[in-house]
Design a protein around this ligand. Structure first.
Ligand code: MCA
Ligand code: AMP
Length: 516
């Protein structure tokens, strides 16, 4: 078997970066106080081969979607690598998603294989079989389940399937401002080009160790963190779930950490976060949501490290980054740095014309990392691109005279809570269906832990008595828990402009101090 970097299959490129000694530890997943649980590079190689061979034995059509809703585990990484290796398309799903959400994704993506946790096999398999999926496997966080049982009978040798750069590697669903989720199609080239740029830009080097504390069903944990370590042949310290104390306890063994702002806020609340704890760290990276300047400064003061903030999207992976090397500039708090090498980024006015430096407008981007479009939504895809091929991010920002990009807001009605995206339109759609609700508006307000959280404002139908908290409890049975507004208020009327449109800015203003 030969692994070269000139193939277009992302797995083969990652595999080519594995260390020569495959018996070294690749991932240390030992839990605090638990028995040692370590995986070698050979384990990743063999297990991904076996799962890829299982897919071959199932005679799946090329580029089948493999939908996966499982708890974070190293075996889930093996499943991801196997999917790439076998030339199929990985479709990760947040474990918080409930049946209505899963039914939509499975119905829309039509996966050939669904992998779920053993505890949810009953309801997930029912949805999947109804949607025409032929194979449903289970994978538990403790290595239980039918996926590994079946794969254990397969050969551990497997030649990566040849893929072209534009062939799909993954589909990531992002909710839409109009309610319906869209599957962002990412190709092998999209992901590999971004991973290679970041390897260089962030100065990955021999001996780096990544503390991996993020979920692996979104871009940040799955692509940016995982590809970074794999492409550098770097060991990972693996946390199945983020816990600030356990993370700090592992920092002395690590050199690189990636987190959403909430992770930094929670670690700052721990007295154990000291200069001593971070003595071996090379780089702290933040993204997925705005990092408050206070967090940036507090971290600098407490640890002596300047967090590097970067900006990206599911549709594009990483777009901009503050500099790693001092000679490229300082890391400026409140900014997301410069467009990455190969990324063209411009700020435009409502007419689509670029605005002068320092002026605010819509952010548009172009580059080898920008996705292939939304799955089976050609019209939606066409709407989101300009005639000259730039993708409209929906983020609003400015580029200053020194080239630093600052995000000042979003033109899309979106709440980012603890690094997860919540679309008010989706929540309002569910609330409006509930008995007694005439109308609803969901807005984001500042929150000390999650950065921003949703608040629901409800209008009752004539004669109906609404209990906001009871409605939220009901919503919790239908939607992922992070989407549930943290509070609900029943009011007489919603503020509207002369066009009749709800003025969400006034609601945000009214409730802004709720969690202060
Ligand atoms: C949990 N809850 C949340 C969130 N997480 N509510 C709002 N926002 C959240 N993010 C709910 C729980 O269900 C629970 O509700 C209550 O809040 C308290 O939960 P807690 O135990 O504090 O939460 P946790 O389990 O500790 O999770 C917090 C977390 C997690 C570790 C910050 O949300 C997380 O891992 N976030 C990272 C998300 C991420 O990886 N994003 C990257 C997306 P109840 O008690 O009622 O059940 S990729 C991306 O955005 C782009 C491409 C990019 O640029 O990276
Ligand atoms: P997602 O759809 O989950 O990929 O989220 C992408 C969105 O997250 C972007 O369009 C931005 O609005 C936001 N985002 C990501 N990184 C940052 C950041 N560093 N600062 C502000 N917003 C960010």
């Amino acid at each position: 078997m030969s692994y070269t970097t000139d193939t277009q299959n992302l797995f083969a490129a990652l595999r080519a970066a594995f260390p020569a000694d495959l018996d070294q530890v690749a991932i240390d997943a030992t839990e605090p106080g638990g028995a040692p649980l370590r995986y070698s590079w050979r384990d990743l190689e063999r297990a991904s081969a076996m799962i890829a061979n299982l897919f071959a034995a199932l005679e799946l059509p090329p580029a089948s979607r493999i939908a996966v809703q499982v708890e974070k585990s190293v075996e889930a990484v093996m499943l991801y690598l196997a999917t790439l290796r076998a030339g199929h398309v990985f479709l990760p799903l947040n474990t918080a998603y409930q049946s209505a959400e899963i039914a939509y994704f499975i119905g829309n993506a039509e996966p050939a294989v669904v992998v779920c946790s053993p505890a949810s096999f009953g309801w997930v398999s029912q949805i999947a079989f109804q949607a025409g999926t032929r194979h449903v496997f289970t994978l538990g966080e403790d290595r239980s389940g039918t996926l590994l049982e079946r794969a254990s009978h397969c050969s551990d040798r497997h030649e990566p399937v040849a893929r072209g750069g534009d062939d799909l590697a993954a589909i990531l669903y992002t909710s839409g401002t109009t309610g319906r989720s869209k599957g962002a199609m990412l190709s092998h080239r999209n992901l590999l080009s971004n991973a290679r740029v970041l390897k260089d830009y962030w100065g990955w080097r021999p001996g780096d160790v990544l503390l991996h504390a993020l979920p692996i069903f979104h871009v940040h944990g799955l692509f940016i963190a995982l590809h970074g370590a794999l492409l550098n042949g770097s060991k990972m310290l693996w946390m199945a779930k983020f816990d600030p104390r356990a993370a700090i306890a592992r920092l002395p063994e690590a050199t690189v950490f990636m987190g959403v702002p909430t992770l930094y806020v929670r670690m700052l609340a721990e007295p154990a976060l000291t200069r001593e704890a971070v003595r071996n760290m090379r780089l702290f990276i933040s993204g997925s949501a705005p990092l408050l300047i206070e967090t940036f400064r507090d971290w600098q003061q407490r640890t002596g490290h300047t967090i590097l903030e970067r900006y990206g999207m599911s549709e594009t992976a990483m777009l901009t980054s503050n500099p790693y090397r001092a000679e490229d500039g300082e890391r400026r708090g409140g900014t997301v740095g410069f467009p990455l090498p190969g990324v063209a980024l411009r700020v435009v006015d409502d007419a689509g014309q670029p605005v002068p430096a320092g002026e605010v407008g819509g952010i548009q981007v172009k580059g080898p990392n920008v996705f292939q479009g939304y799955w089976r939504m050609p019209e939606k895809t066409a709407e989101e691109f300009t005639a000259d091929g730039f993708f409209k991010t929906g983020d609003v920002g400015r580029i200053d005279a020194d080239g630093y990009v600052t995000i000042v807001g979003r033109s899309k009605d979106l709440i980012i809570s603890g690094g997860y995206n919540v679309y008010p339109a989706e929540i309002e759609g569910f609330l409006n269906e509930m008995p007694g609700v005439a109308e609803s508006a969901v807005v984001g307000v500042p929150h000390p832990d999650f950065g921003e959280v949703g608040v629901a404002v409800l209008i009752a139908r004539p004669g109906a008595a609404l209990d906001g908290e009871a409605l939220l409890a009901r919503l919790k049975q239908q939607l992922a828990n992070f989407k549930i507004p943290k509070r609900a208020f029943v009011v007489e009327a919603l503020p509207r402009n002369t066009m009749g449109k709800v003025q969400k800015n006034l609601l945000r203003e009214q409730y802004k101090a709720l969690f202060a």
